[in-house]
Design a binder for this molecule. Structure first.
Ligand code: NAP
Length: 553
């Protein structure tokens, strides 16, 4: 049972009409700001599209600096939006079973497939993505939705999830205990980073909606065109109040949080620090999930030859993570550890692959790497390279100066791939202290011992993912036990899995995404675990037969 927002036209899911300040879906040319016809982005709040008011922020094409769209910095009724989610959205989703919510997610995935080319074009224009980068983000979003659609079907016509088996708590089996997960009452506020406007929106949305929580999503302003279009596509496919969009700066968004709400944040550690102590979050014990900075490591074990399958996988992963999305991936490999006696060989192989990478306007054919997403990003990356350059040697790309292909002179936020090197990784402070969110990595030498490799991972003070490449089970066993506490995911590259590996940089909906310490301490996805962020665990205590009937056993 899907209720449509008042005034929406069910024949045109990309249009919601009837409210003052409504944004109609423009054509692609208008959307990109051609002919001076700049699009003013609208937020989707309380069931209608409204453009807000006040000063404006301009979204640009990071390759050409051409303005693409504008968005007002405020002027929205956020009190109304939170109330609408809590009442209308919560009620509508609360009437549905997991199977019905899963069916909604399947519809969203289908909508992405139907608009795939348009979304890719937006990601190229507004995100500086190559076509391949754009597909990674957009298809990744659809994959997360499909995964949770299937989970919804498996969870079936229920509204509770059993957590473990019944436990005898009385003198006889008649008196029992049973833990259950039940949907949390409140609003799921999703705040996303600029680098994955599709995947970030969809992976959080899939978990919250399947759990039964209404969502207010806030994409990063600079690259919001893809997320904005997604919500245009999704709005009329969902029950009223299930999904709202705030596009533009956050303003006083967090001041509207209350009991039962959940905040899922992806972004920088400075913003995360502010969120942790925000009075609205502290006062109401609002559940907060943080995905922040990460200094992911890749380790080559001494048993691997670069010419074998495991060695080839290692090289491919290192080079892909350096260049894919111009290094703006939270899971990208920032620190590479190789045995000292193989250092020169690895350096040569990496360099040889990188000289073939073409950097320029990703709208052109044959470009392998686009610009950084914003001028701020470029400046931050330059500052990071300068810090690293003071403590490391140059191996490839100097400090990132580049003459990009097909770009007007002096335009665009480009930095070329940079590889730095050090023989003393443990004493190289900038390597372990600061995430450079761009196409930069550092090659480091070690003695080949698993204990050293694990300590190297730990120096990052908490990663989202780290990877080790080895076919020596003894080496892997020693490394995993010591390194696993410092990383949310450990990717173990070996010859047997090399042919079907997606690489450490790909987040899978079936596995946890998140990491300890610097990475924020959060957990997203991981199949059914991803729903738990949006559900309350409750211990039921009573007659065993009643408890069994409640969980459908
Ligand atoms: P950011 O500046 O922290 O922004 C992230 C989001 O927070 C944006 O939507 C931003 O909105 C919003 N925001 C900023 N100030 C806020 C406030 N006071 N209240 C509420 N929301 C606020 O980070 P970014 O530059 O977009 O992303 C880069 C960082 O994200 C990198 O450091 C990277 O490590 C991290 N990242 C982590 C993961 C992960 O999964 N762990 C994934 C991707 C990126 P505006 O855009 O409107 O300012």
């Amino acid at each position: 049972m899907i209720r449509r927002a008042a005034g929406a036209d069910p024949r045109r899911p990309d249009r919601a009409a009837g409210a003052a300040g409504v944004s109609m879906s423009p054509t692609l040319g208008e959307r990109w700001g051609k002919n001076g016809n700049m699009q003013l982005l609208a937020s989707y709040l309380s069931g209608s599209w409204s453009v807000g008011s006040g000063s404006k922020v301009t979204l640009v094409n990071p390759s050409t600096e051409e303005p693409l769209a504008e968005v007002h910095a405020g002027g929205h009724d956020l009190t109304g939006a939170f109330g609408y989610a809590r009442t209308t959205g919560g009620r509508e989703l609360g009437q549905l079973t997991f199977a019905q919510r899963g069916a909604l997610l399947a519809g969203l995935a289908k909508a992405i497939h139907g608009a795939r080319e348009e979304l890719i074009a937006l990601a190229i224009a507004n995100g500086g993505n190559t076509r391949s980068d754009a597909k990674f983000d957009i298809d990744g979003g659809a994959l997360a939705l499909s995964h949770y659609a299937e989970l919804g079907a498996r969870l079936g016509e229920a509204q509770l999830i059993a957590d473990g088996e019944p436990i005898q708590v009385g003198r006889t089996a008649r008196m029992a205990g049973q833990h259950v997960w039940v949907r949390q009452r409140g609003v799921a506020l999703h705040i996303n980073a600029f680098n994955f406007p599709s995947w970030g929106l969809c992976e959080k949305l899939a978990c919250a909606l399947l759990a039964g929580m209404p969502v207010i999503t806030k994409p990063a302003t600079a690259t919001a065109l893809v997320a904005h279009r997604l919500v245009e596509l999704f709005a009329n496919l969902l029950p009223a109040g299930a999904l709202q969009l705030l596009v533009g700066p956050p303003g006083w968004l967090l001041d509207h949080l209350g009991p039962g709400d959940v905040v899922a944040f992806t972004g920088g550690s400075d913003t995360a620090r502010m969120l942790r102590t925000h009075p609205g979050i502290v006062a109401h014990s609002v559940r907060l999930n943080i995905e922040a900075d990460s200094l992911n490591a890749a380790i080559l074990a001494p048993d691997v030859a670069l010419s074998d399958e495991t060695g080839g996988l290692f090289l491919a992963d290192v080079v892909r993570d350096l260049t894919q999305k111009t290094g703006q991936k939270c899971t990208a490999i920032r620190r590479v550890l190789v045995p000292a006696d193989r250092f020169a060989e690895v350096a040569d192989a990496v360099r040889e692959r990188l000289v073939r990478v073409t950097v320029g306007d990703p709208a052109r054919e044959g470009i392998g790497m686009g610009p950084l997403a914003t001028a701020q990003q470029r400046d931050d990356v330059r500052a990071g390279i300068a810090r690293l350059a003071a403590a490391t040697d140059a191996l490839h790309g100097g400090t990132g100066e580049i003459d990009p292909i097909g770009v007007p002179a002096g335009k665009g936020y480009f930095i070329g791939p940079v590889v730095r090197a050090t023989q003393s990784p443990m004493t190289c402070a900038p390597l372990h202290e600061h995430e450079i969110f761009g196409p930069v990595t550092t090659l480091c030498a070690y003695d080949g011992q698993p204990a050293f490799a694990a300590e190297f991972v730990a120096r990052g003070e908490g990663c989202l993912v780290s990877s080790a490449y080895s076919d020596d089970r003894d080496w892997v066993g020693k490394f995993v036990t010591a390194a696993a506490p410092w990383t949310g995911r450990l990717y173990l590259g070996s010859s047997k899995m090399a042919a079907q590996s997606p690489g450490p940089g790909t987040v899978l909906p079936s596995l946890l995404h998140g990491g300890p310490g610097r990475a924020g301490g959060g957990e997203e996805l991981g199949g059914e675990r991803g729903l738990h962020r949006y559900m309350q665990r409750c211990a039921l205590e009573g007659d065993a037969s009643i408890l069994k009937s409640l969980i459908g056993a």
